[in-house]
Ligand binder design. Structure first.
Ligand SMILES: [Zn+2]
Length: 229
């Protein structure tokens, strides 16, 4: 009998980022459109606001993601450089250090030392990167990919309420954007929950709540200031 386990962590990483980006795009653009429409703005003003929101959001997602992932990559690089120097300077010390880590994880000292020696003979820096620094090849930070990826997923999400705004007559704009966007949010939340192996209903309800809250808030602001300005 072969024993098989499905590990979802790897898949969740990308899917989570994609769903988060799309969620952001839907919520912020739908809220923006609803807020501007609630202020009785003209159709062209509503659409321009939505389009500007899409571009601004995508750029800010890309910039934020790039900076955060880049600084993480910088830290990893510096850690690896330091580790490389330590390995060159103090071989015995590094062997003891790695063996010590395995002892803490439950190996007997003699076996831990053997494991450390064998792993270091195979790939000393790799062994220290993995077991001392917690950096593995699959988890290495990739700033440009992350930036492009989140900009694209945000734009795809933002395009949805914007398309609704283009197609639907002005009179029913607000309810149609709200219902359409919330339906997509619920669907995305359910998809993310399903792939992540957690409760579909909870996943959908959670995003529904925050999406609805954002739209109500901007609608209120639009109504309030639309009457004043
Ligand atoms: Zn080390």
């Amino acid at each position: 009998m072969r024993h098989r386990e499905f590990h979802r962590t790897e898949r969740i990483g990308w899917l989570r980022a994609a769903v988060l980006g799309a969620n952001d795009g839907i919520v912020s653009t739908a809220s923006l459109l609803i807020g501007v429409a609630a202020a009785n703005a003209e159709r062209s003003g509503v659409l321009i606001a939505g389009l500007a929101g899409l571009v601004a959001g995508a750029m800010s997602m890309a910039a934020g993601e790039y900076v955060s992932v880049y600084s993480q990559a910088d830290t990893e690089k510096a850690d690896l450089e330091r580790e490389k120097r330590e390995l060159a300077a103090d071989d015995e010390g590094e062997r003891m250090e790695l063996a010590g880590i395995y002892v803490k994880r439950g190996l007997e000292p003699k076996l831990a030392r053997e494991v450390a020696d064998q792993l270091m003979a195979h790939d000393a820096l790799g062994a220290h990167a993995r077991d001392e620094l917690g950096i593995s090849e699959e988890l290495r930070a990739r700033p440009v990919q992350a930036a492009v990826f989140s900009a694209i997923s945000f734009s795809l999400g933002a395009a949805l309420p914007l398309l609704i705004a283009v197609m639907v007559p002005t009179g029913i704009l607000i309810p149609v954007i709200a219902v359409g966007s919330l339906a997509c949010l619920a669907g995305l939340g359910a998809l993310a929950a399903r792939t992540g192996g957690s409760s579909i209903l909870t996943g959908a309800l959670r995003v529904l709540f925050w999406g609805a809250a954002a739209m109500v808030a901007t609608a209120a602001v639009g109504k309030l200031f639309g009457a004043v300005v």
